[in-house]
Design a protein around this ligand. Structure first.
Ligand SMILES: Nc1ncnc2c1ncn2[C@@H]1O[C@H](COP(=O)(O)OP(=O)(O)OP(=O)(O)O)[C@@H](O)[C@H]1O
Ligand SMILES: [Mg+2]
Length: 238
């Protein structure tokens, strides 16, 4: 693995990118309001996320968990403070590049294309990333199915024929297709039976512990939180 921290940073990058001990993702006094002058859904929050760990974000409904994931994924820009990826402020980065290369997002609603097959859904995302792959995309996509414990005979099945748990696996495979350093998921085990929940969690733990990814998941499940490496509690807003 290459260590980006040791390569010379372009002059425009802040020195923080080179500092030892800088976490892969850091929230620096982040605030967010949906409306100007409206209530702060995220209220001066500071936190660090590390590689090689699964962090569960917990907290009551409305606490701002989904909002926080959207700030981390660069879909939303904070109204106060900074979100730093490898020491660089997301607000100064090309967020399209960041989203397509550095971070894999698993939405609660999966956002898969139901009429297309499993492989088509994964390969479409690979095409959209603009990334160059050193092997045939189909080969990579089939290996991703192994990683998410989905038998390869599902490859040519249409999404609409898959169960919720199987769709969740495809959504994870798709998020991994660009080999991102950060993987985030909003309630990835909601609406799944306990055995499937446990297996999906095992996939996230493998990603963190064996592939050194920074995995961040939102969950309401105490079992999932217990199985994760770190739990971050987002308090209810006053
Ligand atoms: N697009 C939006 N416009 C205005 N307010 C919003 C918007 N999205 C969310 N909110 C508000 O922001 C607050 C936090 O919402 P968010 O979806 O982040 O909560 P959550 O912690 O993910 O809750 P849940 O556990 O129910 O998913 C809520 O009060 C919500 O009403
Ligand atoms: Mg939510």
């Amino acid at each position: 693995m290459t260590d980006k921290k040791n390569t010379a940073a372009p002059a425009a990058q802040p020195a923080a990118a080179l500092e030892a001990g800088e976490p892969i993702l850091r929230l620096g006094d982040v605030s967010y309001a949906y409306k100007k002058g409206g209530p702060l859904v995220i209220d001066h929050l500071s936190y660090s996320f590390d590689t090689g760990r699964v962090t569960s974000i917990m907290g009551p409904s409305g606490a701002g968990k989904t909002t926080l994931l959207s700030l981390i994924s660069g879909l939303t820009v904070p109204t106060g403070g900074r979100v730093l990826f490898e020491g660089r402020d997301l607000a100064t980065l090309d967020r399209y590049d960041y989203r397509s290369r550095d971070i894999g997002v698993i939405f609660q609603s999966f956002n898969l294309l139901p009429g297309l097959t499993v492989l088509e859904n994964i390969m479409l995302t690979m095409d959209a990333s603009g990334k160059r792959f050193d092997r045939p995309k189909k080969e990579i996509a089939l290996e991703l199915l192994d990683q998410v414990h989905l038998p390869r005979h599902y490859a040519d099945e249409r999404i609409l024929h898959l169960s919720g748990g199987e769709q969740q696996r495809v959504a994870i495979a798709r998020a991994l297709s660009d080999d991102p350093k950060v993987v985030i998921a909003d309630e990835p085990t909601g609406n799944l039976d306990p055995a499937t929940q446990e297996d999906i969690m095992a996939i996230f733990l493998e990603l963190a512990h064996e592939q050194d990814k920074c995995v961040i998941i939102v969950t309401h499940s105490p079992q999932i939180a217990k199985a994760s490496d770190t739990v971050f509690e987002l308090k209810a807003r006053r």
